[in-house]
Ligand binder design. Structure first.
Ligand SMILES: [Zn+2]
Length: 368
């Protein structure tokens, strides 16, 4: 932890003091702000001055097993926000809970934001617990992942395991989906926007690396330019590769679906690539796009004749079995993936949208 309390109750941020002062502090007793147990000073040439519990025991500020990388980044973000005039607190307790976000920020409009600089992996249960505490207190969570966790594989691709899709953020409707990474070694913020999930850990996105000091806080949420055709191309190539090879490590439900396809005399490779369309809200689905989208064609869309209409509700019902219960926490969109998918088919001239719930088939496609 970066801060601890003196016997008189004063909260001391050790890293903001000079070497001599820290030396003097060593003669005094400090206490953990969370559990009130005695803590000791850790300071030296290569480390960020901080406090540590004397003994390992169950404490909210003990659990994190903070790395130096994390501590440094937390401090840099704290100073960066403070310099911009924000009311920001380090490791402060959220009321009615033991939860202590890395940074707690009060905006001028009266909103509270919890900024979590997440450098280590975190269990799903822990993540749920934190978000429940924030939700209860109407605190909006902002996840900034450690730059050490960004696994970029090519210009428009990175690896994002399913568990980490929880950190996807979209603070307002019509804002791009994004992920934030911060590297405390280079003091660089990486904004990944225009993210398209593929159903595998390979994920499409556009990367923007900027020095933290060149940015103001609201800027990290602003939409950045989009290389539309490159992004779509990267997404389509993952889908093409996925259907070109047999499923080896797939959940039972997916394998069963593919078996049904075989029973109908079809192979995965028979799926026409043109019907596969990227949608931003893929995180709401438990299976890759090529499965739920093909499923919609097999169940409903293929059987429609030209000029016949279909309701969005009916299509959503077909896909209900593929929806997931666990969604990202910091998302404000309520658009259904099926809705986005149908609108993309309209853009391609295959359907027309008549009203908010109805689509009409425009072209007779004999896909299967
Ligand atoms: Zn403690």
């Amino acid at each position: 932890m970066l801060q601890a309390k003196l016997e008189d109750g004063r909260l001391i941020l050790l890293a903001s003091h000079q070497k001599e002062q820290i030396h003097n502090f060593r003669k005094q007793r400090f206490f953990c702000p969370a559990c009130r147990k005695s803590v000791i000073i850790r300071a030296g040439k290569k480390i960020i001055p901080h406090f540590a519990h004397e003994q390992i025991h169950d404490c909210e500020l003990n659990k994190t097993g903070e790395s130096l990388y994390h501590m440094r980044g937390k401090l840099q973000l704290f100073h960066w926000l403070k310099k911009q005039g924000y009311a920001v607190r380090l490791e402060e307790c959220v009321k009615d809970s033991a939860r202590r976000p890395d940074l707690l920020l009060h905006t001028s409009s009266g909103r509270e934001l919890a900024i979590e600089y997440q450098c280590a992996s975190i269990s799903d249960e822990e993540l749920m617990r934190r978000n429940e505490a924030y939700e209860r207190n109407e605190i909006f969570p902002i996840w900034i992942l450690g730059g050490n966790r960004l696994k970029r594989t090519s210009t428009y691709m990175f690896d994002l395991p399913k568990r980490e899709q929880r950190f996807l953020m979209q603070h307002k409707q019509n804002m791009p989906l994004q992920l934030l990474y911060y590297c405390s070694d280079t003091e660089t913020l990486c904004n990944v926007q225009h993210i398209l999930l593929t159903g595998k850990k390979q994920t499409v996105g556009q990367f923007f690396f900027r020095p933290l000091q060149s940015l103001r806080f609201p800027q990290i949420f602003q939409p950045l330019p989009k290389n539309l055709s490159e992004i779509n191309q990267a997404w389509h190539s993952v889908q093409a590769r996925a259907i070109a090879k047999p499923l080896t490590y797939a959940p039972v439900a997916m394998k069963r679906w593919v078996m049904r396809l075989y029973d109908n005399g079809l192979l995965l490779q028979d799926i026409p690539l043109s019907i596969l369309q990227p949608v931003e809200t893929q995180y709401q689905m438990s299976v890759p796009p090529y499965i739920w989208q093909t499923d919609m064609w097999l169940e409903v869309l293929n059987h429609l004749s030209v000029t016949e209409s279909i309701s969005l509700k009916r299509l959503m019902y077909t896909c209900r079995k593929w929806e997931v219960a666990t969604k990202p926490f910091a998302i404000s969109s309520n658009k259904h993936p099926v809705q986005s998918y149908m609108q993309r088919l309209c853009q391609h001239g295959w359907f027309d949208q008549i009203d908010s719930d109805t689509f009409v088939k425009k072209k007779g496609l004999s896909l299967f």
